[in-house]
Design a protein around this ligand. Structure first.
Ligand code: NAP
Length: 360
């Protein structure tokens, strides 16, 4: 397999640090450059990031001495030196949209963790096991942008990366009609640690700005269909959510209630989860979990602390599946928000797009 040079835009942030550690020994992708805001530009990565390094692994040796570039000013240099970039920045949405399109127009594909382009109709929002076919919309996007290689592909919000994978294998056969999800979200989802957000120690905050809207609307794009030059959102199931911030460093849990047109048995649901696999498993992509969906029979699992790192933080785990008096069933599920839910999901998407030839 050929190797690809990549850049990390927003390398000093929480998700950027995840990218750095995940890509350290990646078999296909070689991190050639790092970029962030003008505040970090000109410093070595070690200088720029050391005070806010939040990973348990140390700063990758090969990246410590790279001089951080300015993501906004050095676009042509960056686009000229790498095959594509990963992007996770904290900026106003209109500026992120402009920045990502500028990279795409400079013929540098962008694999984005940001929400700015999630509702652009010709930008695919891919969960690789669920909607890999949405990659085909990139041809229409390239036509609109006037590019040969450049495009933007996005990852969905981290909140939904547990319950959407759990519902997906049940959709076609049993038709999910409605779902209610209460999410219990880790503080790293806000780019924070307990050190930088001491108010979260011994606390629960029942509001995460914009999160409930994303958690309800984004699944419909993921389950949408390509029609002509755009992805048209699905109209079902109806989803309602409440999103709470809880004092956990990593790992988003969701309590889910679900009803079906054709109610399956508990065994049928467990079998659908156990048997489900997608293109990443078929293609044996480097970051793909062997088993995407795991079910715990123990009543007190999955637990964020014990189970978030399952299969390198790329698997989704479920437990406590049982009948409900108002909905057909209820269960809990968990996924790692900065691995499967952010950087890991984006790396897997990049692997999928590479395998499909979009990075050549
Ligand atoms: P973060 O820790 O606050 O990091 C923000 C990054 O953006 C830093 O590298 C920062 O560089 C850079 N940045 C800020 N202003 C910039 C500018 N004008 N030009 C270039 N770079 C700039 O944020 P995060 O948690 O990593 O999140 C980054 C993005 O990923 C956000 O859009 C977020 O919604 C999304 N996301 C996060 C998670 C998660 O679990 N954390 C999950 C999914 C998606 P400096 O250090 O130089 O300021």
């Amino acid at each position: 397999m050929k190797t690809y040079n990549v850049g990390i835009i927003g390398a000093t942030g929480m998700v950027g640090q995840r990218f750095a550690t995940l890509l350290e020994n990646h078999p296909w992708f070689n991190v050639k450059l790092l970029a962030a805001s003008s505040r970090s530009a000109g410093k070595t990565y070690e200088e720029a990031v050391s005070a806010k390094w939040a990973m348990t692994k140390p700063i990758p040796e090969a990246m410590k001495h790279l001089v951080v570039l300015d993501a906004e000013k050095d676009i042509d240099q960056i686009a000229g030196e790498v095959d594509f970039v990963f992007c996770a920045v904290d900026m106003p949405k209109d500026q992120i949209r402009a920045l990502e399109e500028a990279y795409a127009k400079a013929e540098c594909p962008v694999i984005s963790n940001n929400s700015a382009h999630r509702h652009t109709p010709d930008v695919p929002m891919i969960v690789p096991e669920i909607n890999p076919e949405h990659a085909e919309i990139i041809h229409a996007q390239r036509k609109r942008l006037g590019t040969k290689r450049g495009f933007v592909a996005v990852k969905s919000n981290c909140s939904l990366q547990s319950y959407v994978p759990a519902l997906h294998p049940l959709m076609a056969q049993f038709k999910v009609t409605k779902a209610l999800a209460c999410t219990y979200q880790a503080i790293s989802g806000a780019g924070k640690t307990f050190k930088t957000w001491p108010e979260m120690v011994d606390n629960v905050i029942p509001f995460i700005g914009g999160e409930e809207e994303k958690s309800e609307i984004e699944p419909l794009k993921i389950w949408g269909k390509i029609e002509g030059d755009q992805i048209v959102d699905a109209t079902t199931p109806s989803i309602t959510t409440q999103c709470l911030r809880v004092p956990v460093q990593d790992g988003h849990t969701a309590a889910v209630f679900v009803s079906f047109e054709k109610k399956p048995s508990i065994d049928e649901i467990k079998r659908a989860w156990a048997e489900f696999k997608g293109e990443p498993q078929d293609l044996n992509l480097p970051s793909a979990p062997k088993q995407f969906l795991h079910y715990f029979e123990e009543d007190n699992r999955p637990q964020a602390k014990l189970d978030r790192e399952l299969e390198g933080g790329m698997a989704v785990s479920m437990g406590r599946l049982r009948e409900d008096s108002q909905y057909d069933y209820k269960f809990v599920c968990l996924s790692h928000n900065t691995l499967r839910g952010a950087a890991g999901g984006a790396v897997l998407m990049a692997e999928l797009l590479t395998a499909k030839g979009f990075m050549d």
